[in-house]
Design a protein. Structure first.
Length: 172
């Protein structure tokens, strides 16, 4: 009889333990959902009229006329001496099935020269076709690539370009 009572208590503890586990998970789920709702309410915009106004400005206004966007101007303008080159997409020398895509901007020391920028674009493209994947692996390889590109730009521009800026760098 004592054995039956102990077996009954063990079954009751297991059953009660699983109920407590499920209850605990339900409470944690509710707390997590409430926290997510609260944080989402803090992040989400409060004023629907401001959202509609922003969407209208992005669409070009009521009459289809394009409006200038307010805020900070883009840094890559010819007036600032920065020329954004067309994206460079090419395959690497080894392994040749890997592709690389670069978006490069040039910061000129004086007034930007567009023919010179196009020559630099073609020079970077030709150089990237000679680079292997092993040369550009890791942070040190990326820094070496950037230094090599800066050296090539300095040679091509004869000091007219102050800095080369890599805006994006993707290897596939």
């Amino acid at each position: 009889m004592a054995e039956e009572a102990q077996a009954g208590e063990a079954g009751g503890k297991k059953k009660g333990g699983s109920v407590m586990l499920i209850a605990g998970l339900a409470i944690l789920t509710l707390v997590g959902a409430g926290g997510g709702w609260f944080v989402g309410g803090m992040i989400a915009p409060k004023d629907p009229a401001a959202d509609a106004k922003h969407e209208e400005a992005a669409a070009g206004g009521e009459h289809g006329e394009g409006k200038k966007e307010e805020g900070l101007p883009h840094i890559s303008t010819e007036a600032a001496g920065v020329v954004l080159l067309e994206p460079i997409t090419t395959n690497l020398a080894y392994p040749s099935e890997n592709w690389i895509r670069l978006e490069v901007a040039l910061a000129f020391k004086g007034a930007p020269e567009l023919p010179l920028a196009e020559d630099i674009h073609q020079d970077i493209l030709a150089y990237m076709r000679t680079v292997s994947l092993q040369q550009i692996e890791g942070p040190r390889g990326f820094q070496y690539l950037k230094d090599d590109l800066q050296e090539r730009v300095d040679l091509r521009s004869q000091g007219k370009v102050g800095k080369i800026m890599l805006r994006s760098f993707v290897v596939e």
